[in-house]
Write a protein that binds this ligand. Structure first.
Ligand code: ADP
Ligand code: MG
Length: 245
């Protein structure tokens, strides 16, 4: 059974068709990369899945729930986690407090700033920090972290919501190749350990072919190919519009 089913979604901006009739499915354990040239419609697609944008047509179903046009908070509550291209963390708080705050809001269903109740989530926060290899940094202020560590913290914060699907739009933007591979290896390990699925966009074809197990390709708002990394690498249409060989 699929986790996420995207059925014919479209979005236009002022008459410009950014996404046209895109359909695909993601099942448990899938690490799906969405690739394509700049302006292909990848972010618009993402934003229709996370609730930032309402599709003009089509539907999105997650775990049996119709989430088409639902608010981001509602989609999050159904178990869709996300990371942001520009990491969203609270710089003046410690690494542990950032995770505690998300755990607090997941359990209380409301966002609150520091409250004594958050202390109850310290052990669970530490378990998540260990899962992303950041237990040593739990007491550091977020604002002094290296960029790669901020991205790992963001993953721990996304996991605090116990998601079944993680959406990551350009998770490795601005990273050196080594850091990119580390972040995506970590993501792949979490997928296996926790039975999640992941949908991510990525510019580096090397990262995609190394870490994704399914690739979907967009060009000019449409989905033009879907397959394993090997199949996509050999696809003549993909080579023409994207891989440039
Ligand atoms: P990608 O993420 O693949 O680079 P985008 O989804 O950002 O592509 O953009 C797809 C197309 O939609 C582009 O032509 C872009 O200019 C247009 N577009 C995206 N967002 C908006 C917006 N908020 N307003 C107007 N046009 C937009
Ligand atoms: Mg984009």
């Amino acid at each position: 059974m699929s986790t996420l089913t995207v059925n014919g979604i479209s979005k236009s901006f002022y008459g410009v068709k950014a996404v046209q009739g895109v359909s695909f499915e993601i099942g448990p354990g899938q690490i799906m990369a969405l690739i394509g040239p700049n302006g292909a419609g990848k972010s618009t697609c993402f934003n229709m899945l996370n609730g930032q944008l309402r599709p003009d047509t089509g539907s999105v179903t997650f775990g049996g729930h119709d989430i088409t046009g639902s608010a981001p908070s509602e989609i999050w509550r159904h178990g869709v986690g996300r990371t942001f291209q520009i990491a969203q963390t609270f710089g003046s708080m410690t690494v542990r407090e950032n995770v505690q705050m998300v755990l607090h809001s997941v359990n209380r269903r409301l966002w609150g700033l520091w409250s004594p109740l958050m202390a109850g989530y310290a052990a669970e926060a530490d378990e998540l920090l260990e899962a992303v290899g950041m237990q040593e940094q739990a007491d550091r202020a977020c604002c002094v972290l290296a960029y790669g560590d901020v991205k790992r913290l963001e993953l721990a914060m996304a996991l605090a919501n116990r998601p079944r699907l993680l959406l990551m739009d350009e998770p490795t933007a601005g990273m050196a190749p080594k850091e990119r591979n580390e972040l995506m290896s970590l993501t792949a390990r979490l997928v296996t350990e926790r039975g999640l699925s992941v949908l991510f966009t990525e510019h580096s074809v090397d990262v995609v072919f190394e870490h994704a197990n399914t690739v979907v390709v967009m060009s000019r708002g449409q989905l033009i190919a879907r397959g394993t990394p090997e199949e996509i690498r050999e696809d003549p249409l993909v080579q023409e519009v994207y891989l440039g060989s």
